[in-house]
Design a binder for this molecule. Sequence first.
Ligand code: FES
Length: 150
Amino acid sequence: MDKDGIDLIIDKHQGEAGSLIQVLLEIQSENRWLPKEALERVSERLHVPLTRIQHIATFYKAFSLVPKGRHEIHICMGTACHVRGARRILDTVQDLTGIKPGETDLDLKFSLETVNCLGCCALGPVMEVDGEHHGKMAPARIAAVLQDYE
Ligand code: FES
């Protein structure tokens, strides 16, 4: 995301109460993460100290200070999924993508996270990609699912 793109977002929200969070949320949603240069620009334009922005960006889970992939994979490791083989699902995803939970691949295609329950335990083991649930997963099916994401 370039400086003009950031300025556009700031202009849109400037003057609004709580505009800092709105601006950060919009940069996060367009860019998928908050690069340091973006935070510096926001600090300069909104006259908010960089340390305060950094504090907010690290406090809220919605923000990421490291690059995120175009697609977010969540593997459920909750009890219901665990007993149905979630570990093998996670291992297979790690093998196929080359990343571990908390990481993003070099092509910025996938980010991987584990979660404690996706709220659909009867479908376990569950893998979620970009909010879409893939239930009753089997290691052999994972490659076909991931292949659909560019
Ligand atoms: S434990 Fe996996 S969806 Fe609930």
